[in-house]
Design a protein around this ligand. Structure first.
Ligand SMILES: [Zn+2]
Length: 144
């Protein structure tokens, strides 16, 4: 797999940003770390970042709970994994799934959160429909 220079720089930027967000780094180390990412990414086309260097923190089946998802990389639990993956690990949901051999349908939010979200959107749509119906009706006459 070969990637263009701009794709490589983009990958370096994402990986470094993720690393710096998750680790306190002395200012004089920033350049060296960024160069390391550049070297690693240009040599391995990024595949070494996806290499599994430790077993998952929790068994994959146990990573999905009703109201939280546990990150297989670091063992922290979240209501939404996507943001954490990008910031802490420099991974997209796709690369995270690839890294741990997860199916394409492995969710990024826990079941309850996705249920709540779909309930909210269902309720919102219902409310909008009912409001829309009321708008067409003539207002009922005064009090008393
Ligand atoms: Zn993590």
């Amino acid at each position: 797999m070969t990637i263009s220079k701009s794709e490589l720089l983009h990958a370096v930027a994402i990986a470094s940003a993720g690393y710096f967000a998750g680790n306190s780094v002395a200012e004089d180390r920033i350049e060296a770390i960024t160069k390391t990412f550049f070297r690693v990414l240009s040599e391995g086309s990024g595949s070494s970042l996806l290499a599994v260097d430790h077993p998952p923190f929790v068994p994959i089946a146990e990573s999905l709970k009703d109201d939280e998802i546990t990150c297989l990389d670091c063992g922290q639990s979240f209501r939404s994994l996507k943001r954490h993956l990008v910031i802490q690990h420099g991974l997209t949901p796709e690369s995270y799934r690839a890294k741990w051999g997860l199916s394409d349908t492995y969710p990024m939010v826990p079941r309850r959160t996705s249920e709540i979200r779909s309930n909210i959107s269902r309720t919102t749509i219902q409310n909008l429909r009912e409001t829309g119906r009321r708008v067409g009706r003539a207002p009922q006459g005064g009090e008393g």
